[in-house]
Each structure stands twice: as C-alpha cells, then as structure tokens.
Design a protein around this ligand. Structure first.
Ligand SMILES: [Zn+2]
Length: 504
C-alpha cells in the first residue's frame, strides 16, 4: 500500500464539507510535499505531524511523500487536518491496515509529542458526519460537543497512540456518551428586580411577545440596562433545533457549549467594538456578535456611540436574519436572526428632560448626537420608548413588579396565537399584517389622521399596526381596534422627542 485516503471535514461558515486527505509514497528524495493547503498552514502542519509521529515512536517513511487535500478550492485553515494527515502517512506506509479507516472520519490538531488538541467547529463537522453515517474520531476535549450532533459514533482520543491502538484493534476506544442529555438552564436575571418603570416593562413584554426590536431612551441610572438584560428571561425557551444552531455558532467560535445549552443568547458588545467583532469577519472569517446572538438578544447600549458605518452593516441581517461576509477568495454566510434591544441617553450629557439634574448641552450638540442614528436603522425598531428618571419615592419603594415567569406565560400565549397565523408579528409582510389586524375603514382613517397630526412619518403606520397587533395578541383579542392603536402610538415617543417627524 503506497496510497492512502482519509476522510475529514473543512469548516466553511456553519458548513463542514468533506475533505479527502490523499497520501502517496514514492521512491525518490525523502521529503513531504503538501498540495491543497495555503503555504503557512502547510509549513506548520508538516512540522507538527513529523514531530508527533516520531515522538510517538512511529516510523516516519524515508520516502517521497505527496499529500493532497481535495477538493483544492475549499478554504482550509488551522490544525484540524493534522490527525488525518498523520493517519494517512501511517496507512500509506503500512503501519495501519487500510481497512481500519473504512467508514471513518477524523479531526484534530497534534501537539509535538503526539497529544491531540481541541479544535473549533467540531459540532457542525459532527452533524455532517452523522448524516454521512460514518464514525468520527475527535480530540477527547471535543467529544461532548461532537456527541451533541446525535446518531453517530464519537470516538474520543487523548493521544495519537490511542487512535492507532484503536485502529489496529489493540486497545479499543468505547464510543463517547454524554453524561446526561443537556438540560436548558434558565436565565439568572429576573424582572422582579426592576422597580417602577411600568411603561418600559410593558414595552419589554410587547417586544418579547411579537419579536419586535426595541429602543429605550432616557437619562443614566433609570434602569434601561437592567430592563434590557432581562428580555431573554421572558422569551420562550429554545427548542432543540434552535439550541443546535446556537451551539454550532459557538462551536465555530471555540466557545463553551454545554453550560449554555438551550439558553437564549444575550450579547452586549461595547460601542468600541469593531465591525468585524460585531458582524463577523477578520482574516480568518469568524462569526460576529450578531451571529452569537442568533435566536437571542443583541443589546447595544449607548447606541449613538456606535460607529455609524458599523450600524449600517446591521441592516441586512435585521431584514434577512443572515449575514454575508465577502473575502477575496470566498464568501461566508452565518445566521443572525436576533432581536435588537438598544439604549441611549437623550443627549451627550444624558440629562435632557431629567428633573433631577440640568442638561448642559447646546441645542446644536443635542441635534448632532441624535442625528448619529440613521433613519433606516430606526425604521427597523418598532418600539421606541422613553425611560424617565423616577421620583425618589419610587426608587426607594419596596414594591416589586411581576416575575419573569408570570410575564413569560403571557408572552408564550401571545406567541401561540402568532404561530397559528404563521409568523411572528415583527416579521409579517405589510399585506399579511393588514389582513391580521382587520382594521375597519373608520379606524384606518382615524389612525392616518392621528399620525398626521403628530407629524409621524408614513412609515410609522405599519410599525404602529405591528405593535397594536401584538397588544391584541397579548390581550387574547382577535382584531385590532382603536384602544390597541392608541397604546401602540404611545410607543413612538422618540419620533417626537428627536424631532424626526417634525415636532420636537
Ligand atoms: Zn445634555
């Protein structure tokens, strides 16, 4: 046997396409040539594999070794191919029988002493291997993650010697089992901790029920962050498919998975975050915060402080639930269906309209600050709510609001109504929205008239309808009437506060 083929997987976005490692030994000047890998990766992998084989006591063939990673046009990076390359050399040189690698796939980086190191992106690879019906050898540190894919034999190994001992049937590795099926943990933060702010709490509940994006505006210290960080606690738990998708993104980023299993993501990147950190990218493209927030919540505190160009890039995922990252040689696509919740001060000093403290900003400064938010981004935020400074009496009151569990029960009931209609209210197309609201002619005319008088743009019309429909769902009502419309108009405060509709 001088030719060996080992199956493995590349990592492309959340996909794991098959890669064949072909190893050919021939007579000639001893050496190792690798094709199908970028130069830098080849150099590193060649040295690690050579050292690992020699240090583990195997014979490194004194022949001309040609290695091909096919197909050639797939991006291949990282040390994940070390183990398949090492096994290919061992099979080609007759140190492992060829039939031992039938129906087998493997992944893993080798340390110089032959130990296997954990790699990123094992879960998507395991899901693909499971579909192909193969067995999978992974570094022991990746075994739990691989086992989450279900319906495949995961063989965990600590050292190259363990892998070889298993393949030559000296010491068989038993398939890895998860200790217990992963249990979804509940968010730790509860709405019980939030005092007062009834309107903001109500807005949070509506946002959760209809999947609406939400912006809180108000002076510092009014509980905007506290409220935002509790949105995940009133959303329904993730189902199994959603949990797997969330885990797959974390897997590609090399983040821990099991301890966060089933939890709605809550991501709160700082306003100094780069575009690559926020939406994904980099020289080896990785998912950004918006993909880590997939099926969960993305919280942008101090929204006007974010780089405007970065915020503009978020318009695509806010529409489509996906982000495309274009690189010179290839494209990556990551899921990014997140719920946006943002917070901002009303002015640079934060105290515009605050009875406790005077605002020192000039009209010009306030205008420039508020103008940093682009209209198109605000257009995608259905609920825009002022969170005022509370009178001291309310701050020290011991009265607590409802718990997250109580609110979540209402959110679940409202979502069930939407599920029967087919889509979350936030994602309804205008025509579906109109049909679901079932407005009477008089109500329609009344709404247009009110929006006109408030100087609210025509675009506000559908946002008001969307929110009104969610309010009706929360109240278990079958159609939208004036009272829901009136409440929904109340959540357009920023349009007026910021003079975006004209009045200020
Ligand atoms: Zn100010």
């Amino acid at each position: 046997m001088t030719l060996a083929i080992i199956r493995t997987r590349a990592s492309v976005g959340l996909d794991a396409p098959e890669v064949l490692v072909e190893v050919h030994l021939s007579n000639g000047l001893p050496g190792l040539a690798i094709v199908g890998l970028p130069e830098a990766a080849v150099k590193e992998s060649r040295e690690r594999v050579r050292s690992a084989l020699i240090n583990a006591g195997f014979e490194f063939p004194a022949k001309r070794i040609t290695l091909n990673l096919a197909p050639a046009d797939l991006p291949k990076e990282g040390g994940r191919f070390d183990l398949p390359i090492a096994l290919g050399i061992l099979v080609a040189s007759g140190q492992i029988p060829e039939e031992a690698v039938d129906g087998l796939e493997c992944l893993g980086e080798l340390a110089l002493d032959g130990k296997l190191r954990r790699i990123t992106g094992v879960l998507p690879a395991a899901m693909a291997v499971s579909k192909a019906g193969h067995r999978l050898i992974v570094p022991a540190d990746n075994a739990d993650e691989a086992a989450l894919a279900g319906r495949l034999e995961v063989l965990p190994a600590v050292h190259l010697l363990d892998v070889v001992a298993h393949l030559v049937k000296e010491r068989v590795i038993s398939p890895h089992q998860l200790g217990a099926p992963p249990v979804a943990s509940l968010p730790e933060m509860d709405l019980l901790d939030v005092r007062g702010q009834h309107q903001a709490r109500r807005a949070l509940e509506i946002a959760a029920a209809g999947g609406h994006n939400l912006l809180f505006a108000g002076p510092p210290g009014t509980g905007k962050t506290m409220l935002a960080s509790r949105l995940a606690s009133i959303l329904p738990p993730l189902d199994d498919d959603e949990s797997l998708e969330v885990a797959a993104v974390r897997s590609v980023c090399g983040l821990p998975i099991l301890e966060r299993w089933g939890q709605r993501p809550f991501r709160a990147p700082h306003h100094t975050a780069s575009a690559a950190a926020l939406v994904g990218g980099g020289s080896k493209p990785r998912p950004g915060e918006i993909s880590l927030a997939h099926h969960g919540v993305l919280f942008l505190d101090e929204l006007p402080e974010f780089d405007r160009k970065v915020l503009e890039v978020m318009r695509e995922p806010l529409e489509s639930g996906q982000i495309h990252i274009a690189r010179a040689s290839h494209q990556r696509q990551y899921p990014a269906r997140f719920q946006l919740i943002a917070a901002m001060n009303p002015c640079p000093c934060g105290h515009l309209g605050d009875p406790r403290q005077p605002c020192h900003c000039t009209a010009n400064q306030v205008q420039r600050y508020q103008a940093r938010l682009s209209g198109p981004l605000l257009d995608r935020i259905d609920l825009q709510v002022e969170v005022p400074a509370l009178p001291a009496a309310q701050l020290t009151s011991t009265e607590t609001g409802e718990s997250s569990a109580t609110v979540r029960a209402r959110v679940l009931a409202a979502r069930e109504r939407q599920r029967q209609r087919g889509n979350l209210n936030a994602h309804l197309a205008p025509r579906e929205l109109e049909a679901a609201c079932d407005l009477q002619e008089g109500e329609r005319a009344w709404l247009s008239d009110v929006l006109n008088r408030l100087n609210l743009s025509a675009r506000a019309y559908h946002r008001v309808l969307r929110v009104a429909l969610t309010i009706a769902d929360l109240n278990d009502e079958t159609r939208v009437e004036k009272k829901q419309l009136m409440e929904a108009i109340g959540y357009r405060q920023l349009d007026r506060m910021m003079g975006r509709g004209g009045a200020s």
